[in-house]
Design a protein around this ligand. Sequence first.
Ligand code: DQA
Length: 147
Amino acid sequence: SEVFVLNGPNLGRLGSREPDVYGAADFEALTALCRDTARRLGLHAEVRQTDDEAELLSWLHEAADGRIPVVLNPAAFTHYSYAVRDAIAQRTAPLIEVHLSNPAAREEFRHNSVVAGVATGTIAGFGFLSYVLALQAIAELLAESGN
Ligand code: DQA
């Protein structure tokens, strides 16, 4: 079955963006890893990235309407977007919040996530592995629920 892997602002710039924090691999490599991992788990990953809050909201609505599980890195929206939170709250399928870095170990403003309270769970601090672990969690949850 299908899973959305949705990425918020600035994540398309992986590889050149603060490589000391986010690593040297680019978004294309992350996309390939997610697709391969999903395939290995018997899933199909639809990987998307946007810098536009409205576009991310429309993808979350699409996931809610289609009952499609989501791996979401909301990037900076994590810390202030009540609109992203409200969109996530509409879904019924699992949604895992992921972060490459560990926001709890960084600046104060990153310590709060306004989306964590409506996510199924959160995986942070493992770089690209955060996405692999989240896809594994989705696969387990789908298997448990018989999907
Ligand atoms: C991030 C952490 C956020 O605080 C930051 O704004 C990002 C990336 C991460 O994956 O570590 O853009 O979500």
